[in-house]
Write a protein that binds this ligand. Sequence first.
Ligand code: GLU
Length: 483
Amino acid sequence: MTVRVRLAPSPTGNLHIGTARTAVFNWLFARHQGGTFVLRVEDTDQERSRPEYTQNILDGLTWLGLTWDEGPFYQTKRMDLYQQKVQMLLDKGLAYRAYDTPEELDAMREAQKARGEAPRYDNRHRSLTPEQRAAYEAEGRSSVIRFIIDSDREVAWNDLVRGHVSWKGRDLGGDMVIARAAAGDAIGQPLYNFVVVVDDIDMAITHIIRGEDHIGNTPKQILLYEALGATIPEFGHTPLILNQAGAKLSKRDGVTSISDFQRMGYLPAAFVNYMTLLGWSPPEGMSEIFTLDEAAQRFEIERVNKAGAKFDWDKLNWLNSQYLHELPAATLVDLLIPHWQAAGFVADWNDRPWLEQLAALIGPSLTRLDEAVAMSEYLFNPTIDWTDEASAQLRQEGADVAVEAVAAAIAEYQPLTEATVQDLLKQVVKAQNLKKGLVMRSLRAALTGAMHGPDLVQSWLLLHQHGQDEARLQQALVVARSK
Ligand code: GLU
């Protein structure tokens, strides 16, 4: 048997981390088994589906490296097939037309509620006579198509993640609507549980790996497989991603879409690594840091945890920094430029030596790419604001003397290099009879505007290459003297 799995996102929003993580597990499963990964866009909800969401989903999967082998297939282009299959179930007597009005259905549910029963369709139109049907149609009522669910059935499967799962037919809500209302003999729009099964059969899907939130759909879908005369695939329901409070991660938790994580400066390899760990435990002896291909070699769906996986920012940040710190400066620059540009910084973006020197300087301190903006602003902007701490430092006794002496000495120490800077500083300390610590702290405050940050000498050299160091020292002197 050739393994075939699929990801079936609905384009009603940007690519969500839950869907992306489902994609990771499907991708790993397919690659591990030498199988095929199919992408199907479930765009039948025409009110909520948007082409820009589809694009966001395709872009997000591509960014993460979750390449698909077949598709994307679009359900809206497959309506004829669904309608044929609905007709087939009608012809076989496995589905029927129900003419209930919304008011009648509401009244039925109210009565059930009053009796303390769970709401369900009571199958009242399952056995209408031809005369009753004709009478409803004469009234101008439209009809939905309902699929017959035998209340006495028990539906069970051996879930790849959760083990034995079983449902009672009577808990499935009564005969299920598979196509929306339409007038006369027409068949209305077929609905999710039905089209998903038709597609999974048509696309020869062998393993359905999806989020646990779909577990209640599975028994209904299994009954549809039987009715359509198809082999029932294997099912695996993966645990939900939870927030720190242990509830399902939702929009209220802030960032949940892949494009947001991308904008924040997570690396796709690190992010996909993190998502894999959200629910999957690597086998004994395997590092927690791995590529998708390495994970695919070792991926066993049995090692997916049953319990929900808590989203852990610290772990994600740690992983991202591990990946970032491995990048050569030349690669890092290409990833940082878009963040600097988005922040409105102006520079010669072709000046690779300067940019790579900067990347090498800040790279080891980065957890996320977007942090490079705040970290390097003082090197791009000709004028800066001094932090309170830095202003206080500049106003300390002797700070202005130190800054002025450094500014005056620059011309003598050309070309300015790491070595000549050290000589210059020694000379200033000696000639002005100042403490080295005071000189260094004052210079840091003067050049960078802050008391903490990247290496001082490297920062100075970068400013110097752009001819900005002397002007910066002069600006700092104004602050130092504004006591
Ligand atoms: N379209 C469904 C969703 O986005 C997924 C369907 C499935 O995996 O069966 O939740």
